[in-house]
Design a protein around this ligand. Structure first.
Ligand code: DX5
Ligand code: ZN
Length: 217
């Protein structure tokens, strides 16, 4: 069964506590928390104060996705805010080996995200430093976009790379995940599905989470 990570970017922030409780009481596994700086992506979301607030109430793993230039400036602060997984973008790093090693040294799981234009092969030499490979299935910045079909090939390539390396890196897919494509995404080799719009725009979000969780069966 896939790990389901609802993206809080699509939550109703007027009732954040209820949204968190809905996820706590659902079959979701992780909270996916998107941090955008208005530089790496053309949007600004939220930062440490919101994440530490969510962390106080969340009973599940906090999976923090940094869409931020020079993310190495903030590793300790996101640890303090409560990140369990901390993911940085390949495209933002001059010294990714160092950044990923630092994330682990701080006691977090290290994630690396690749944009749709970045070949999977670029991460081959650092695969053992990565606990989570986030393959973006949209251009990051906004929820509710359409899944890019080029992602399927990338998932298969990522799976092959990870298997050949004998690594247990998880593959996470983020962007445009729906009930219509989730089964194919899992069949291609994904372990973690992020879902924002699909979950929070549903009339029954907890039921939607349950359907995504059981879709591969
Ligand atoms: C976008 C974010 C995603 C976003 C996904 O840059 O990384 O996590 O919330 O939203 P949906 O599932 O609606 O495409
Ligand atoms: Zn994300």
């Amino acid at each position: 069964m896939p790990i389901i990570a609802p993206s809080m970017l699509s939550a109703d922030f007027l009732k954040l506590g209820e949204e968190i409780d809905m996820i706590n009481n659902s079959e979701a596994d992780w909270f996916h928390l998107d941090v955008m700086d208005g530089m790496f992506v053309p949007n600004i979301s939220y930062g440490m104060p919101i994440i530490s607030t969510i962390k106080k109430r969340a009973k599940k793993i906090c999976d923090v996705h940094l869409m931020v230039v020079q993310p190495e400036r903030y590793l300790e602060e996101f640890k303090k805010a409560g990140a369990d997984y901390l993911t940085v973008h390949y495209e933002t790093g001059y010294h990714l080996h160092r950044t990923l090693t630092s994330i682990r040294a701080l006691g977090m799981k290290a994630g690396l995200a690749i944009n749709p234009h970045t070949p999977v092969a670029m991460v081959a030499d650092i695969i053992h430093e990565i606990d989570l490979l986030l393959v973006m299935s949209i251009n990051p910045g906004f929820g509710g976009q359409k899944f890019l079909p080029l992602t399927y090939n990338k998932i298969r390539q990522a799976k092959e790379l990870i298997t050949n390396a004998g690594s247990n890196t998880l593959i996470e897919i983020d962007g445009g995940v729906t009930l219509d494509n989730a089964a194919d995404i899992i069949a291609a080799g994904a372990d973690v599905l992020v879902a924002g719009n699909t979950v929070f725009a549903a009339s029954d979000p907890a039921e939607m989470i349950k359907r995504l969780k059981h879709i591969g069966k």
